[in-house]
Design a protein around this ligand. Structure first.
Ligand SMILES: Cc1ncc(COP(=O)(O)O)c(C=O)c1O
Length: 331
């Protein structure tokens, strides 16, 4: 089967498994795993932040990151289809006691005029004050859309002006970096706090990082343990992440090219595909999924009227061409 349901489905390569087998390890709850320390330092450095914290999932990295800038009874503003709002099962409300208000943009972009109008200053015991604004780059449910650097810089200027913080859900920031050539540190400069994932297009089996100031990360380390996320000889997994960062970032350009190829076969303008995700409008989404499966291609329906295709490390050029032929036939 050619599996286009998600980029989380990748399996570690032989070289990655060798790097994992060789990893030096220690008890990370004691702060004694040298491979984890190397990964955390490396990722913080790439993004131009002081520190980073290895977490089992992107969701935990997001919860730790957002809670470091938003307190009980405060709010975070984000786009309506943001992963933090839609797909983390209410974790931010449950753990942090914050609320969210959302703006809607068809491509998940920053709508600064709306954000300005939504922003709520602290007015004492009357209204929920806005503590942070969260953006997702690339935006998963908006079809892997990249957020332009100029928009992010304008948002940064606004946030600094009114004294609110910025969280970036960068689960696929690597894709944005490769799609645009914008250095990772320039994206990092937009954010007070971030989450990035190693387990999506980069192909590591597990692992994400919360990234921010040394103080925020020190506090997040305590909260990670409190939430049951203190891991022990986890350098084995950190080694997979280090391997992925060294060998699997530049190749994301191949995934983006494959996504455009698939888009074309499905009648979607490839110019609208920024990275490795294609959303295909289909009134017959469930039938499309079944027809593709019968031809050896797995895709996922996102609701009754859209299908999502995601390219990744385990989808070769030949796989993409074969899947494109299947889609052209079905269409
Ligand atoms: C944009 C985005 N953020 C966060 C996550 C959460 O990652 P995880 O599945 O590791 O919790 C995902 C997962 O798909 C995602 O797409």
């Amino acid at each position: 089967m050619i599996d286009l349901r998600s980029d989380t489905l990748t399996r570690p390569t032989d070289d990655m498994r060798r790097a994992m087998a060789r990893a030096e390890v220690g008890d990370d709850v004691y702060g004694e795993d040298p491979t984890v320390a190397r990964l955390e330092e490396h990722v913080a450095g790439l993004l131009g932040h002081e520190a980073a914290l290895f977490t089992p999932t992107g969701s935990m990295a997001n919860v730790l990151a957002v809670r470091s800038v938003v307190g009980v009874g405060q709010e975070v503003l984000c786009e309506a289809r943001a992963h933090i709002a839609r797909a983390e099962l209410g974790a931010h409300g449950a753990y942090t006691g914050l609320t969210m208000r959302t703006w809607i943009h068809p491509r998940g972009q920053v709508d600064l005029a709306t954000v300005r109008s939504m922003y709520a200053p602290d007015m004492g015991p009357f209204f929920v004050p806005t503590a942070a604004i969260s953006v997702e780059n690339t935006h998963n449910f908006a079809g892997g859309a990249v957020l332009p650097l100029e928009d992010l810089r304008d948002l940064r200027e606004f946030a600094t002006g009114v004294g609110v913080r910025i969280h970036v859900d960068g689960a696929r920031l690597w894709n944005a970096h490769v799609a645009t050539g914008v250095p990772l540190a320039e994206y990092g400069a937009i954010a007070d706090v971030m989450a990035v994932c190693l387990s999506k297009g980069l192909g590591a089996p597990v692992g994400s990082l919360m990234v921010g100031s040394a103080d925020a990360v020190a506090e997040a380390r305590i909260w990670r343990k409190r939430m049951g996320g203190g891991m022990r000889q986890v350098g084995i997994l950190a080694a997979a992440g280090l391997h992925a960062l060294e060998h699997h970032v530049e190749r994301l350009a191949d995934d983006h090219a494959h996504a455009r190829l698939l888009a074309e076969a499905c009648g979607v303008d490839p110019a609208t595909v920024d990275s490795n995700i294609v959303v295909v409008p289909r009134t017959d989404a469930a039938d499309f999924v079944s027809a593709a499966r019968a031809e050896g291609v797995l895709v996922a329906a996102v609701g009754p009227t859209a299908v999502r295709l995601v390219t990744h490390l385990d989808v070769s050029r030949e796989d993409a061409e074969q899947a494109a032929a299947v889609f052209a036939k079905i269409a």
